[in-house]
Ligand binder design. Structure first.
Ligand SMILES: [Zn+2]
Length: 472
């Protein structure tokens, strides 16, 4: 009893390939094996599921990275290591496909600040290999990277860093379908839609993005043929378990686990300036609208941004599926807005922010138009800089007339605008979460993970056995 427990952090990333497998599913299996094989192992917090920079071109589906911490006796550390590696290797062998560069990291002791900074960078910027190698160098002696330096290692380390660095959190209960990770899963999930609506009506204030009433689509089930059965997102782990038990699931599943996440809190919205926003960075910029918004074929809207003190320009695009295009289309020169999203490079335009948030701070209320011809009433044309005006109709010239001030009728409110639920990506805060508490310190509940010992279709979810794992 007096023996000191060792704290081991494990980070995982980039296990899934194309449509097969999922790093969160592997994490579930690793946790299950640890709990079964080292029953004395102590878990004192939720495993962490983070979403990283969505603008990075080489990323996994969903761009998730995972980590968790476990306390155990020093002599158990070796079996822990073996369990992790065995699960990882057999999972990779099962889903074997091109593209994955699995990252596995084990850290002994406390999570250093350097990993917290790596997390923020991996969330909002491009992480160069040299940067990661530099961080790894500082961790010599306490870090182990059994699969070597792969692309996935960045996420694995960032997820560890996040475990100490998260300021705002939500929680997600992820449930996994029975069968081989690399097996053929159908695209359809057998989850009764009516039960999702009933759950949503009763637990809407503790959960979010369950059901899209506009399109009638379930938002809890993913769309690809991967092992994830469903994901329930919310602020309260207890409520997620209640929510899951209200669903009628008619296909067999392996179990579920609750993660602490950086989802739905706009964690990627770091402050940036107009001239420093680079491709592959995420963030927010405050700027003036320059010129009339451009409506692209298909309905997406491009807005040019600038400020009064510099010549710098930046573009922002508002995609049709987000619904933000309608707001953006009503912007006018001089409006002051905040735009958030991820920067991408567009041929011929430069950096374009793919927007997931728009706040209208100031609306231009006046504009200047050319004077009217005092002779015929036609709008006059400028004869050139400080050369006065000429009427294109009657030829009248004047150097004394000046531009007229016109009050603008604005069909736009000064407020924040967010994407429609159906278009909300992992990191983005949906409208329904605005004003909610994003508490990262919710205590670990006893039923934070559940393994289905006989994964048969559950017809009576309310009679389901309690979870097998009770953490101390
Ligand atoms: Zn005239």
């Amino acid at each position: 009893m007096c023996e000191d427990l060792e704290n081991v952090h494990i980070g995982l990333d980039d296990i899934d390939t194309g449509s097969q497998g999922c790093t969160t599913h592997l994490t579930f299996r690793v946790l299950r094996s640890i709990i079964n094989q080292i029953p004395q192992a102590v878990f004192s917090d939720y495993p962490v599921l983070i979403r990283l920079n969505p603008t990075i071109p080489f990323k996994t589906r969903g761009n998730a990275a995972l980590s968790f911490a476990v306390k155990l006796r020093e002599r158990e550390a070796q079996s822990l290591r073996e369990i992790v590696l065995k699960e990882v290797t057999s999972y990779i062998a099962d889903v074997r496909g091109a593209g994955a560069e699995p990252g596995v990291a084990l850290l002994y002791g406390e999570v250093p600040e350097a990993l917290g900074r790596l997390y923020v960078k991996a969330l909002s910027d491009y992480v160069h290999r040299d940067y990661v190698l530099g961080v790894i160098k500082t961790l010599e002696g306490s870090l182990e990277v059994p699969l070597g330096y792969s692309r996935g290692l960045i996420g694995a380390l960032a997820a560890m860093g996040a475990s100490k660095h998260l300021r705002e959190c939500t929680y997600e209960l992820l449930s996994y379908r029975a069968g081989r990770a690399g097996g053929e899963h159908s695209v359809e999930r057998c989850v009764d839609g009516e039960s999702v609506k009933v759950m949503d009506e009763s637990l809407r204030s503790y959960t979010f993005l369950n059901y899209d009433y506009e399109s009638g689509e379930l938002l809890i089930t993913p769309s690809g043929p991967n092992p994830v059965l469903l994901g329930l997102r919310g602020e309260d782990p207890e409520a997620l378990v209640r929510a899951f038990n209200m669903l009628r699931v008619c296909e067999s599943y392996e179990g579920w686990v609750i993660y602490k996440t950086n989802q739905a809190v706009n964690a990627h919205h770091v402050e940036r300036c107009l001239e420093c926003f680079k491709p592959y960075q995420t963030g927010c910029v405050r700027a003036r609208v320059v010129g009339k918004p451009l409506v692209l074929p298909g309905g997406d809207v491009l807005v040019k941004l600038g400020d009064r003190d510099s010549e710098a320009r930046l573009w922002a695009v508002f995609f049709k599926e987000t619904g933000l295009n309608k707001v953006a289309g009503r912007l006018m020169t001089g409006d002051l807005i905040t735009v958030c999203g991820g920067g991408k490079y567009w041929e011929g335009r430069g950096v374009v922010v793919h927007s997931d948030f728009l706040e209208v701070l100031e609306l231009a209320s006046e504009t200047y138009v050319n004077p009217k011809c005092p002779v015929c009433g036609h709008r006059m044309k400028s004869s050139g800089r400080s050369k006065g005006w000429k009427c294109p109709k009657c030829g009248f010239k004047s150097t004394s007339l000046s531009k007229e001030v016109v009050k603008l009728a604005r069909d736009l409110e000064r407020r924040a605008y967010r994407p429609r639920d159906i278009a909300v990506k992992h990191l983005v805060m949906p409208e329904s979460r605005v004003g909610r508490v994003s508490d990262c310190s919710k205590p670990l509940i006893s039923k934070w993970i559940y393994f289905n010992s006989s994964p048969l279709p559950s017809q009576a979810p309310r009679e389901r056995l309690p979870p097998t794992q009770a953490s101390p």
